[in-house]
Design a protein around this ligand. Structure first.
Ligand SMILES: Nc1ncnc2c1ncn2[C@@H]1O[C@H](COP(=O)(O)OP(=O)(O)OP(=O)(O)O)[C@@H](O)[C@H]1O
Length: 296
């Protein structure tokens, strides 16, 4: 089946005076792996809560496969790991997995799920005795138990060490490779770069950018120009400038060629010039900084 699996159309959600989402439009085609990126309080979790039917929008419409996410039939095709996971602490890991599996007609056998998410060997442990990282991995694994069509993962790898993160990534990638749709939020920008094919940047309850990971980087078009020099004159096109402990200057610019030409024209004595493309994190910071500036 192709086409859209999830849609938010003109969605707003307020909590008292706080506008958590402000007229958000977002279409998610079946099979896509989408990263939602944004600073704390941007509205990412609120959007996920609407998609999984935990809350209703104040305005607009949210649909999963064209239907209300709150209906039981729709919930059965949706997997979710919320930001804060409440596992039954006195149940064993295997029992918990079987309990979750019992809600579905054709669940993934727990052993297969554990294998996929690197949890084999802890089936007999009580959930309450697991480390924070193990609890997190179990909670994420359980989102896949019912062979969902779409999975929403709110900061799936928070608090995990590098190995555990990579194990989870493999599980998520395997689901996606079989045609599953994934929407994840993350504060780890390398995670979004590593997993997602599409990045939706949310800030102040609005979608401020929507594109491929490469496009998002290009939109900001930022380059980092690093050099060792004495006092630098005012240079056009420099978005931000900083120097490190060694006195090396790092200039963020949207036009590295023009900046280098300007340095030469101005007769600035410099050495060890380096021009690098920026990480998504740098681009993201530049984007939100630009947006805030344009509002000023
Ligand atoms: N139940 C609630 N009651 C009141 N305000 C809320 C509630 N849930 C969220 N908010 C507010 O709505 C805004 C959006 O919050 P949300 O949790 O969706 O952001 P987020 O992008 O997921 O943030 P984070 O990255 O910190 O998890 C914030 O200002 C938050 O304080």
């Amino acid at each position: 089946m192709t086409g859209l699996i999830a849609r938010a159309a003109g969605v707003s959600r307020r909590y008292g005076d706080i506008v958590a989402l402000d007229h958000v439009d977002l279409d998610i085609p079946r099979g896509q792996l989408v990263g939602l990126l944004g600073p704390n309080g941007a509205g990412k979790s609120t959007l996920i809560n609407l998609f999984v039917g935990l809350r209703r929008p104040d305005d607009g419409r949210v649909e999963i496969r064209g239907r209300n996410p709150m209906t039981p039939a729709t919930r059965r095709i949706v997997g979710v790991t919320p930001q804060e996971t409440g596992l039954p602490l006195s149940l064993r890991v295997g029992e918990t997995a079987r309990l979750v599996a019992a809600h579905f007609a054709d669940p993934v056998p727990p052993a297969e799920l554990f294998e996929r998410f690197g949890l084999t060997g802890i089936e007999g442990r009580q959930c309450g005795s697991l480390s924070g990282g193990q609890k997190r991995r179990l909670a994420v694994a359980l989102a896949f138990a019912g062979r969902p069509e779409i999975v929403f993962l709110d900061e799936p790898t928070t608090g995990l060490d590098v190995d555990a993160r990579h194990h989870l990534w493999e599980g998520i990638r395997a689901f996606h490779a079989e045609g599953g749709t994934v929407v994840l939020t993350s504060h780890y920008l390398d995670e979004v770069e590593a997993l997602a094919e599409r990045v939706v940047v949310i800030d102040h309850g609005r979608v401020i950018r929507d594109g491929s990971t490469a496009e998002i980087r290009d939109v900001a078009g930022m380059r980092r120009v690093s050099l060792t020099a004495g006092e630098l004159p005012a240079l056009p096109g420099v978005v931000s400038a900083a120097s490190d402990d060694t006195g090396r200057a790092h200039l963020m610019t949207t036009d590295a060629d023009a900046l280098v030409r300007e340095l030469v024209t101005a007769g600035v004595p410099f050495r060890d010039l380096e021009v690098r493309s920026t990480s998504l994190e740098d681009a993201f910071l530049a984007m939100t900084a630009n947006d805030h500036r344009s509002l000023a």
